[in-house]
Design a protein around this ligand. Sequence first.
Ligand SMILES: Nc1nc2c(ncn2[C@@H]2O[C@H](COP(=O)(O)OP(=O)(O)O)[C@@H](O)[C@H]2O)c(=O)[nH]1
Ligand SMILES: [Mg+2]
Length: 384
Amino acid sequence: MTIASILILLGGLAVGALIVVAAVKMLRGNLSAGATTPKLEPGTDPDEEALAREALGEVRPSEPAEAARPSEPAPESTRDAYARGLTKTRAGFMAKLNGLLFGGRSLDPSLVDELEEILVTSDIGIRTAERLLGDLREKLSRKEIQDPDAVRSALKAKVGETLRSELKALDFSKKPLVIMVIGVNGVGKTTTIGKLAARFSREGKKVVLAAGDTFRAAAVEQLEVWAERSGATVVKGKDGSDPASVAFEAVEAGRRLEADVVIADTAGRLHTKVNLMEELKKVRRVIDKAMPGAPHETLLVLDATTGQNGITQAEQFAAAAEVSSIVLTKLDGTAKGGMVVAICDQLKLPVRYIGVGEKVDDLRDFEVEAFVEALFQREDGGQG
Ligand SMILES: Nc1nc2c(ncn2[C@@H]2O[C@H](COP(=O)(O)OP(=O)(O)O)[C@@H](O)[C@H]2O)c(=O)[nH]1
Ligand SMILES: [Mg+2]
């Protein structure tokens, strides 16, 4: 082979290689120009991005896990939580009250009848309304009260007075402190227990929960979900098993595990043949067998949206189950809100907690001053 032919061969090879590279480039260019495959550019609309990722075969990013959230929002103050939770109530009750007081109406004793109507339609109950307004009627007829602000302040003071009652702190020196939670179906027992478990766990307490609503399978699962979040131990029986035996085992487990608190969930409705009140009495007796003196606290859960009907329920439960204090749930869900006043006045039972939403932090200690301030807070943010 001559040098010339070698050079020609090499040249040919080089040209060939160039042609191949050009062809590949062209093909690539065509592919991306007619692209059906989306590309992720920074700053893409999040919805589009998610769709694009899906098209690329990527899994949609799931919600970050609870624990992985970067930083918890600052806890809401009691005052803010009350103000938020009572928005509806204020819009109903206070708007009516202010409309009456500041609408230019003359302040004569007949004003009291109209005030009474507002209180009664706010679930305060007729007897309580009369008690709240008794002094006011006299003051108005003696012309001691001359302006609407004074009427409102007088009513606010009366409401505060009615709500102030003695509430013993929970005694955690009992190991474990046993809390039984009762109330009709749907009032928020299990939710309240979940919120309490979270709160106690956060305080470093060891929590055991008794899944005592054995009549609804879903109730056990619901409790387990809450327990998982807070790291509490759940004691459960088989479907339809005896609620009293579940409570017994939970208290035993609480003692064995040296838990600080055992909270027993209960059913709010039973099979028609079983009397709920008798069943609750049995659960109490059995808990007392597992730990003499327990349950140490019996929380009756009432739904604030049920009005006077809730008071009737409470009377029945109080007669059967030695209720020690009340949890009033769903205060965020009612424009009435007078239930709290009615409970304190008519049942002579202290309110320990209020529920102002479905989330874990929406259970609050009942604080009279904060409650009254929130209830009577003026729309302009001033104090009533
Ligand atoms: N808005 C609101 N809903 C609540 C509150 N407490 C409970 N709930 C809801 O009420 C419903 C019934 O609650 P649950 O705990 O299952 O009631 P239980 O049958 O007494 O155990 C659920 O949908 C809860 O999320 C509250 O304070 N506010
Ligand atoms: Mg339940």
